[in-house]
Ligand binder design. Structure first.
Ligand code: FAD
Ligand code: SF4
Ligand code: SF4
Length: 1005
């Protein structure tokens, strides 16, 4: 860290209760958002209180350093990026302060969807629904004047603002709302507020005429400052004026907002069109009929939807060129149906829509909206050099101009030889257009400039705006003057009233840099050697805020060009993966209906997000960070926040393989420093299990002894409060030898090689017995290779790749041979199946590892497939039990659905309840560790509570680690689905006695 950054960090740490970072790794994580830009800040501050915010603002003012407020960093125009101090409100200031029937008081970092979850019980919501509601923060919703699909019903955020607590650029704290301009200031009148209101009123009165003459006719407008209608009858609405100002005028530290009743009844229709223009024309027929939303999708989105989700394939006719998603809300179901009927009739009568589908129940409505919310982001999955680039993605035109404008828009695109995807809130004229460009091609940069310019001319010609809801940021600030003409200098005056030193987010909304659109572009992950920067010298006289910060950024450390990779891939491949993260921020989701990162879920800080990991690795491959960064403790701290569960890889709209990137990062650290002792213990948990088995009677007694557990915690780091599994006196491999299973079968017919792994071998041989019994019952011969060891997944997750590679190579040699002899490989432990199918090829990258991967299945998945082909024996006896099933992350990561659950559903009389509470919080050995124990429980509390529920008698899951968590804090057993299947086949009556002893209720008839 250079001297100046270190000084800033030390100074601020002395002033604040919150956290301050100026290390290279953290700055890299905050250098980007969901836009195409990158600017490294000079420090990152996570304030805990208003006092912290005031202290930062005063310090920044004294030292002339700009401040950039930030929420979730999902802005598409680079609004929150800058070279100064980034103030991350999402970390600590995220409380719902108070709530009553029609309003809430919130802190700025509160996530919109979490607010709405808390309002649900009162049948209330905050209506405006930007598409990223699951991560977007309330401070930003206000700062951007966010809106979404339901604008027709709720408008944008501005409509719902009552008052704001703000910190001004001089550090004063004001509560502002609708204020009289005659000096009778409400709410604790003070001189600063009087002065502010008077100055603002003077500017607005002086320029009343140009404000009135403003040409923008679109229903939404997020460009520039909102000055029209703010000063009415001697009242100035300072809060509404601040709304949409992108953190350039003041910092919001609390807000009082109106809330709305939840809609009682909803219905959604999909209207299909054979031409985009027909859909656009239909909008003006539909809107007068009072829908609450009317969104438009083009053909590209429809094809993606069909590929993405089989249900859409059935739903969307193949000849549809465009679709309108129309929602109707009302007090009664009949009104909703009637409303949709009128809309469908109208568009059919006018021969616009050729077909329609309707949804009235919650799941179907959700499915229809998934078209917009889940499919649009999958645009980022498209591979190839050209990507959908957001830079003109926020235009809005008056709805009556929409059909004509779409034609003009297509002409402009054609002129520039560019194709684009289009999604829009057509009901209010908002169009999200993303042209496909290859930003590695210098010609594309020029195309960006010319395309934006021509497109904006077309937009302004019909009275539209360059930004309807995302803001000006870095993409559009240079065009604000063109949109506003004579009004533009008035914005400058407003800025000077609030922020005379230009501290807050300088260069956004107001700025005359004609090249801003194409400056500061996020470097593409090419592997170029860096340029040595000049050493930073603090100039005398003092440089301006922007100059100082830019110098700080230029002084960022540089890398030697060589990065030594630990996985079997090259730098270009790693660059491709890191570069495929577009920064959308979806992986900050804590929403209950997605299984995003379990670590971020309980510790929602940017460094815990999957996005942070991609940003770190992009910094390394673009050589903006030193190649040895990955060997630093800061990088390790970020990498350790990944427990290798693979869930982000599945949920990420762009399918970024974050676990692989983090494997590389951890391995780089281990390659330099080796494993710390405790990391080694957990990486070799199989060795711990082997030792425990050797000492079995004693070890099992020690497990129940408090002093021994305390000692194990002190010496090995195993949490003393964690229920750990007992050790078997005889391993399954020994049993298998005795039973002759370790000799390959000579039988004809289907045969499997059972990959046993640690848990079934050392702790639960009964599970392995169940596998053998069930497979043999289905006339599938089972072979247990005697030389197999643990899969090495714990080594892999710890980054000990040298050892993991040796384990993988040994296994691949053995297993590939078996595959060639006609064996399929099955594993009862999902992590082992994942190691064989996903991790070994990444470690070895050879033909044999791919052969093994292609022929390996998780055991239940194998049987479920057998059932689908009609070959599974169905002589299943009833099992009268209520079973709560949990799908483990590592099984989910295999992409085979929920096979264990499907098998359990075949068992007569068994009442199965799926527990959908996300990750168990165990994440391999993560939850075993003393330092993680509490966090693990926090992450898994939903699952644990569900198992405790009286309605569930026993838990079921395939994963041994999840089983430990499900049994934590309850006496109910959790058992592998295969054991229940064996019980139902009548093959293992001992399972029933085991269960009935522990649950007291299970009955097999
Ligand atoms: C796939 C995708 C879809 C999107 N769809 C929509 C959409 O439908 N509608 C929509 O409106 N937007 C949309 N956006 C843009 C973005 O998600 C929203 O603008 C969102 O409100 C930004 O929230 P954030 O918390 O991520 O803010 P950030 O990006 O962190 O910040 C946004 C702005 O708010 C300012 N700010 C943050 N906190 C404060 C504060 N406390 N005080 C003052 N200023 C502050 C920042 O300085 C910055 O200017 C979309 C983005 C993506 C990636
Ligand atoms: S990892 Fe995926 S979800 Fe997260 S920011 Fe990147 S693209 Fe978005
Ligand atoms: S693999 Fe799991 S723990 Fe790691 S970043 Fe992704 S979701 Fe988080």
């Amino acid at each position: 860290m250079d001297e100046v950054r270190e000084r800033i960090q030390d100074d601020l740490r002395g002033l604040l209760e919150g956290t301050v970072y100026a290390d290279d790794v953290t700055l890299q994580l905050y250098a980007t958002d969901a836009s195409i830009y990158q600017i490294r800040p000079s420090a990152v501050v996570c304030p805990r209180s208003v006092a912290d915010v005031v202290a930062v603002v005063r310090y920044a003012g004294e030292n002339q350093i700009p401040i950039h407020a930030r929420g979730a960093g999902t802005g598409l125009a680079g609004e929150s990026l800058g070279p100064g101090l980034v103030l991350d409100f999402s970390r600590f200031m995220r409380r719902l302060v108070s709530v009553d029937d029609d309003s809430v008081r919130v802190q700025p970092g509160l996530v919109l969807e979490r607010l709405n979850q808390q309002l649900y019980g009162r049948q209330r919501c905050f209506g405006p629904d930007p598409a990223m509601s699951h991560v977007t923060t309330m401070g930003s919703v206000i700062a951007i004047d966010a809106a979404g699909s339901h604008w027709l019903r709720y408008g944008s955020a501005r409509r719902h603002i009552r008052s704001l607590q703000v910190v001004l650029a001089d550090g004063s704290v004001l509560e502002v709302g609708r204020e009289p301009t005659d000096g009778e200031i409400s709410g604790g009148a003070n001189a600063r507020k009087r002065e502010l209101v008077a100055d603002l009123a003077t500017v607005l009165e002086r320029h009343a005429e140009p404000i009135k003459r403003q040409r923008t006719r679109s229903l939404v407008n997020r460009s520039g400052y909102a000055l029209g209608g703010m000063l009415v009858d001697g009242q100035l609405d300072v809060a509404k004026l601040l709304c949409g100002s992108e953190g350039t005028l003041a910092l919001v530290t609390e807000a009082t907002l109106d809330i709305q009743p939840l809609p009682r009844q909803r219905g959604v229709a999909l209207l299909f069109f054979d031409r985009l223009e027909a859909a656009a024309r239909a909008v003006s027929e539909i809107v007068p009929l009072g829908p609450s939303a009317c969104d438009l999708m083009d053909r590209r989105h429809l094809s993606l939807a069909r590929e993405h989700e089989p249900r859409f394939e059935k739903l969307i006719p193949s000849n549809a060129e465009a679709v309108l998603i129309v929602e109707q809300q009302a007090d009664t179901a009949a009104e909703v149906r009637e409303g949709l009927r009128r809309i469908i009739d109208q568009t059919r009568r006018r021969r616009m829509a050729f077909d329609a589908r309707q949804a009235f129940d919650r799941d179907d409505i959700e499915l229809f909206w998934q078209l917009a919310h889940r499919v649009v982001p999958t645009l980022y999955r498209l591979r190839g050099s050209s990507r959908a680039v957001p830079f003109v993605e926020d235009i809005a035109v008056p709805p009556d101009a929409l059909p004509g404008f779409l034609t003009e828009m297509q002409n402009v695109l054609k002129r520039h030889l560019v194709t684009a995807s289009l999604y829009g809130h057509a009901g209010h004229g908002q169009l999200h257009l993303r042209p496909f460009l290859d930003l590695a091609d210098p010609a594309s940069i020029d195309t960006m400039r010319r395309l934006a310019s021509d497109l904006y001319d077309a937009v302004l010609a019909v009275g539209g705006t360059i930004s309807g809801e995302h803001g000006d940021g870095l993409s559009r600030t240079s065009f604000v003057r063109r949109q506003y003409g004579e009004l533009y200098p008035v914005f400058g005056e407003i800025k000077r009233v609030f922020d005379p030193q230009n501290l807050f987010n300088p260069g956004k909304v107001i700025g005359d840099d004609p090249d801003l659109l194409t400056k500061n572009l996020r470097p593409l992950p090419t592997v170029a050697p860096p340029v040595e920067p000049a050493p930073l010298e603090l100039a005398t006289p003092q440089p301006t805020a922007v100059e100082l910060a830019t110098e700080l950024v230029a002084a960022a450390p540089v890398a030697p060009p060589v990065v030594e990779l630990q996985l079997s891939w090259n730098l270009e491949q790693m660059a491709e993966v890191a570069g495929s993260c577009n920064g959308c921020g979806s992986c900050r989701s804590q929403a209950p209906d997605v299984r995003m990162c379990p670590i971020f879920r309980y510790a929602p800080a940017e460094d815990a997000s999957p996005r942070a990991k991609a940003n770190l690795m992009r910094g390394v491959v673009t050589c903006e960070m030193a190649a040895d960064t990955l060997a630093t403790h800061e990088a390790k701290a970020v990498a350790d926040l990944c427990v290798h569960c693979h869930q982000c890889r599945l949920e990420c709209p762009a399918n970024v393989d974050i676990p692989r990137l983090m494997l590389e990062a951890k391995a780089s650290y281990v390659a330099v420093h080796g494993l710390h002792f405790r990391d080694w213990v957990f990486a070799r948990i199989d060795a711990v299990s082997a030792l425990g088995h050797r000492l079995a009677p004693l070890a099992n007694r020690l497990i129940g002894n408090r002093q021994a557990r305390w000692l194990a915690e002190r010496l090995l780091g195993i949490a003393r409060a964690r229920k750990v599994p007992r050790f078997a006196r005889q391993t399954f491999l020994d049993r298998a030898r005795r039973r002759g299973l370790t000799r390959p079968t000579r039988r004809t017919g289907p045969k499997v090689l059972y990959f046993v792994d640690t848990y079934a071998n050392y702790h639960d041989p009964q599970l392995a017995d169940a596998l053998v019994a069930v497979f043999e019952h289905n006339t599938i011969a089972v072979y247990v290779h005697p030389e197999q060891r643990a899969s090495g997944m714990s080594l892999i997750a710890a980054g000990a790749l040298e050892q993991a590679r040796a384990v993988a190579a040994g296994h691949v040699r053995m297993l590939a041979e078996a595959v060639r002899q006609g064996f399929s490989i099955v594993a009862t432990e999902p992590a082992a199946a994942l190691a064989l199918t996903w991790e070994y090829p990444a470690l070895l990258n050879d033909e044999d590892s791919r052969l093994v991967a292609d022929n390996t299945s998780e055991a239940c998945a194998y049987l479920a497939q057998l059932h689908r082909s009609g070959k599974l024996a169905l002589d299943l006896a009833p099992v009268n039990a209520s079973v709560g099933y949990h799908l483990p992350c590592h099984l989910r990561a295999l992409g085979v659905g929920s096979p264990g659950e499907s098998l359990l559903r075949l068992i007569p009389a068994l009442r199965l309840q799926r527990i959908d509470k996300g990750c168990s919080g165990m994440a391999g050995t993560f939850g075993l560790r003393q330092e993680n124990f509490r966090n693990s429980l926090r992450a898994g509390i939903g699952l644990i509570s569900a198992v405790r529920d009286r309605a569930i008698q026993v838990g079921a899951t395939e994963c041994s680690a999840c089983k430990l968590q499900m049994e934590q804090g309850t006496t109910k057993p959790t058992i592998h689905p295969l054991k229940l299947l064996a019980l139902s086949y009548g093959l293992m009556p001992e399972v029933a006695s085991l269960l009935s002893r522990r649950s007291g209720e299970l009955v097999v008839t």
